[in-house]
Each structure stands twice: as C-alpha cells, then as structure tokens.
Write a protein that binds this ligand. Sequence first.
Ligand code: SF4
Length: 431
Amino acid sequence: MSTVIPIRAETSAQTAGCTDVVPLVERGQREVFCGLTGIIWLHRKIQDAFFLVVGSRTCAHLIQSAAGVMIFAEPRFGTAIIDERDLAGLADVHEELDRVVGQLLARRPDIRLLFLVGSCPSEVIKLDLSRAAERQNQIHHPKVRVLNYSGSGIETTFTQGEDACLAAMVPGLPTSAPDTAPALMVVGTLADVVEDQMRSLFDRMGLQVNFFPPRNSQAMPVVGPNTRYLLAQPFLADTARALQSRGAQHLPAPFPLGVEGTTAWLQAAATEFGVAPEVFELATAAPRQRAEKALAVQRQMLQGQRIFFFPDSQLEIPLARFVHRELGMDLVEVGTPYLHRQHMAEELALLPTGTRISEGQDVDLQLDRCIADAPDLVVCGLGLANPLEAQGITTKWAIELVFTPIQGYEQASDLAGLFSRPLKRRLKLAA
Ligand code: SF4
C-alpha cells in the first residue's frame, strides 16, 4: 500500500521551489479568448440558469460555435443583439432589453436564474447592466433572480468569465446560522462526474461538502464565518474575495490535478476537519493507486520531453507542477495571464527552483523565445497553434484543458493523455 503524500512537510522541506520567483512580466499584445467562453461550461452546470449575452453578432457567433448546437433541447444561453439603432442612440437600449427579457421569461418558465452578461459592445456604449438587473428583479423576483456580470474581452482572460459569474452570485448566498460547526465548500465549476467522485471521497472521510456553483440555483450553499472553502479552479480571485467578505476562510492547497495535487487538496480539508490519517488513507488509497499505475504508463512517453506553456487559462502553473513532478517533463517556460501569489503559493513551492515563469504576454516576443527554445510540446491558444505546427512545433490547444474533466484521481491519466496524444500524433506523421 502506498502512503499518503505529506504535502505540507514536503513543501516546507523544499523551501526553495519558486515561492519567491520574480516572473518575467509582459504587457503587450495578447492572444486569448474572452470571458463569454465560460458560459459554455457554466450553462451545463447550473441547470435552471440562462445566460443572456448583451452583445454583438460576433459574441453570438463565438458562443454558438464554441458551445455547439443543441438539437433536442433549447439552449440555456442566447444573445440580445445590440444593433445599429442601439449604437446610434435611436432606441432606448434599456427598454429593448426589458422587452427581450420579458419575452424570454414568458417563453421559458423553467428559468429560475437569469444572468445578463456584459460584452465589449455593451461596455463600449456604457450600458449599465447592474441597473437593468435591479429593474428586472423588481419585476420577476422571486420567481426568477436576475444577476449581471461582465464577460467582455476588454482586459480579461477567458476563465475570468466564470470568476465574474460566481462573484456575482456570492452576495445572494444564504447566510449560515451563527455558532454552527465549520462546514466545507468546494468553489469552482467541476464536471458533474468529477463532483460526484469528489463528494464520494469526502463522504468516505465522513465530511459533508457543498459545491459552488450548485447544479440547481434553488440549492445555493450557505456561507458565513464557519465556511472553509477549497478552490477547485485557480482563476477565482474575485470569487474568493467575495466569499472572504462574507467571513469564509480559504484552505490553502495545490489544485486537484494529478495524484499529488488531488491528495494534497483532499488532505487540506482532512487536516482542517480533523480526519484521522488512517481514515484518509482508507478513503484515498484505492483511487490513488489506480491513478499512479495509469500515470506510470504515460510517463514512459513524456519523461524528459520539454514543454512550453503560453498564458491562456490560468491553469498553467498547476499543470506545469503536474507534468514536471508526475510525468517527468522539463519546463521551458510557464506563462500565466495573471500570477495570484497567494492562491499559487503551494503550487509555486512545488516547481523546480529557477523555472522561467512569465506573467502577461507580448506575443511576438514570446513566440521568438519559444521558437529559439525549440520545445517538444507547446500548450497555447487556438490562434497560435496552427502557425507553430507549420513550423514543425507540436502543440496542444490550451482550451481543451478547460473543457475536459481533468480534476481528481480518476481523471489523472486522461489529463496526462492530453499531453502525450499530440506527441504520439507527431510520431505517427513522421513515420
Ligand atoms: S465579448 Fe468582445 S471579445 Fe468576446 S465575442 Fe463579444 S466582441 Fe468579441
């Protein structure tokens, strides 16, 4: 039987890591999707919610092509298009929006939570969606709750759409009764299959857990000073701030990617709630060993391969820790759109000292570095993948790492497979 990875001890023993790293900060041209992209996984998660983008035809195309077309069910997202009359000030945009929302809610009585999602066009014409949401709430609450957030591509990276959405929900979460026992909350959208696995692991430890966001808007978790929360995603800075303003306390941990990350993440909750080591071991041993075995196979392919991460989803640092420590890959550069030192502290401590970490982007300079470094695998956005492939560099689309369930023990091998598959494809093509 393998042993529990003593992550806290290991972290402090390996004091160097990259805890004090001075990243290469770049503020130039960026190549990222906008925050509307988050609707693709959020609308699948909260099943009685609707996301109404207030934007242009470009926004509508982005969402429709990225989310695909549902044939047998009506989608839970749509776009209220700001047209020329609105832009020219010939129509009252607020009146138009009220009309569209009224029509939508009359036609879709299943909607219980409506998000008005801001975009670049709505921000450019300074459309105040918080005022619109307030007005809509006066009409439709309590049957429907109306919230707003921005998914615009102005100064954001695409995963910030989820952060903004969750942060908008936090003020409306019910308050937990004072003097109640500490309660565990997992924060960040996880695929239902992953959520079920995590719940089952916590159950085996004797821990009750609430997930936020919930699958149904009528089952929002309570929050208060007794809430202890684990972040399931690394891009939730505003949500964390909002939860902390409600008294919740963050449990610092690496993110649940790979065997090591998942074990440390679960261990953070187990330690906080006083779960006995033997109970923890019993709960985690079998899935952990299965994952270790599966990863050993993937490692044969990936060991010693050099990897370069362009900044995209904010998952880059936890992914770099996983591919280096569990798959033996060498880190050439780890780019991240933003470096949140507090949320990343446990991850940075696990990276090899001297890792080149970059924050932000100046895409031309970064491409020059990448080409000069000639890595074996580049993780980047769609816009960079084809030009790099044309230069003979193997790529992995970063967005797949967000759309695919990758958290937890059972997904560790699939996650490794996302890195090994492009290399296998390259070998086949060469043969
Ligand atoms: S929000 Fe902005 S970046 Fe995103 S699709 Fe609409 S116009 Fe494009």
